[in-house]
Design a protein around this ligand. Structure first.
Ligand code: SF4
Length: 379
């Protein structure tokens, strides 16, 4: 199979062009055609030398992901399901804002972390996406939405990317890094570092790597103010407990494009949403780290056995944080009518495979390591 040029950041593409005996400026031309104009056909890249077009034919291609389905919500949220082979699918979601839009991108088919409230986590891990498969989601969405929104030449549909789709991006770092560089590159999508967010469940060593290699905005899935509860909700906490995680966040802030870390907190009825836990969260972060807390209404799915906190409970929790001077937002639910919560559509595809069996095996292994009971729920 021909090499996929979406796998390369600009440096990688320049090296590839060099291997064909072509100069760097040819790589820049090619990169701009692919990412800025969305062109996949070398023959239509009109200012590319004919000799280069000839060399590319047969050895390279711009390969997007096969589209399985497109769902458009009443609020304009658009969710695509892409086929990544072997019965696996990944999801990408476009969330329209007043001006442009945000794209939620997946980094893995399934996820090995196994957070209890996450539909993707319940599917188990299948495989890492390649750089090209990560970038293809943005490539497809940007050019699709330009057409859908009838944008003029040079206008962009997406100005915000969040690596919050399926998968733990920092467990697929080698593929993530060139993808981030393409998102930021002025010859490609030219996104601001402040508007590209990597969301992690807390892979501490890789937070440090990201700080050194490509500091973009960072969001951390916290979901609990103490280790006992977080061990239960985010199994990775057993490896990297909260104190280590917050230290890594503090180090990250020294290079981060924003002067705060966003902590995500999924509100689970009767599990992590009490006023006492809100006060504990205040004690944990106040005077320790500059942060913003994003409370997320849980999107229930049958296998989780969990319920969404009531609106009143979320508001009460938010008030405790706000009264303590912590910037707190409650995420709007978007695209409820199309199952826009991460992993829900892909889960339907995976249900036709052996995903649930794999997950059961992974969970048994986790239980064998540390059985813990918190609020009557066993991890
Ligand atoms: S919340 Fe993120 S890290 Fe946790 S299981 Fe889901 S995709 Fe994986």
């Amino acid at each position: 199979m021909a090499g996929n040029l979406l796998d390369y950041d600009l440096e990688g593409l320049a090296a590839f062009c060099d291997s064909l005996g072509e100069k760097r400026f040819r790589a820049v031309q090619l990169y701009r055609w692919m990412h800025q104009k969305g062109q996949a056909d070398f023959e239509l890249m009109s200012d590319l030398a004919k000799s280069l077009r000839g060399k590319l034919a047969g050895v390279a291609e711009v390969r997007s992901l096969p589209l399985i389905s497109e769902h458009v919500s009443a609020d304009g949220t658009t969710k695509w399901l892409f086929d990544v082979g072997a019965g696996n699918a990944v999801e990408t979601v476009f969330i329209p804002e007043t001006d442009r839009g945000t794209l939620c991108v997946s980094s893995q088919a399934g996820c090995a972390v196994g957070c209890r409230f996450c539909s993707t986590g319940h599917q188990g891990f299948s495989r890492n996406l390649s750089t090209g498969e990560i970038v293809a989601q943005l490539w497809f969405a940007e050019h699709r939405m330009r057409q859908t929104l009838n944008l003029k030449e040079g206008e962009r549909a997406i100005d915000n990317v969040v690596m919050m789709g399926m998968g733990e991006p920092l467990q697929n770092y080698a593929a993530l890094l060139p993808a981030l560089r393409t998102m930021l590159d002025d010859h490609a999508y030219g996104l601001s570092r402040r508007r590209v967010t990597v969301s992690t469940s807390g892979v501490v060593p890789m937070i440090d790597r990201l700080r050194e290699d490509c500091p973009v905005a960072l969001a951390v899935s916290l979901h609990a103010p103490n280790d006992a509860l977080r061990d239960n909700l985010v199994p990775l906490n057993r490896k990297y407990p909260i104190a280590e995680l917050l230290d890594a966040c503090s180090r990250y802030l020294q290079s981060a494009p924003r002067d705060f870390i966003t902590f995500e907190y999924c509100m689970l009825d009767g599990v992590n949403d009490t006023p006492e836990l809100a006060h504990e969260l205040v004690r944990l972060v106040k005077h320790r780290i500059s942060c913003k807390i994003n409370l997320i209404p849980f999107n229930p799915f049958p296998a989780s056995g969990l319920l969404r906190s009531s609106r009143e409970r979320v508001q009460a929790f938010a008030q405790v944080l706000q009264a303590a001077g912590i910037v707190t937002t409650v995420r709007k639910t978007r695209g409820d009518d199309i199952d826009a919560a991460c992993g829900q559509l892909a889960g339907e595809v995976q249900d036709r495979t052996n995903a649930r069996v794999r997950l059961a095996q992974q969970r048994e292994m986790q239980r064998a390591v540390i059985p813990i009971v918190v609020n009557g729920i066993r991890a």
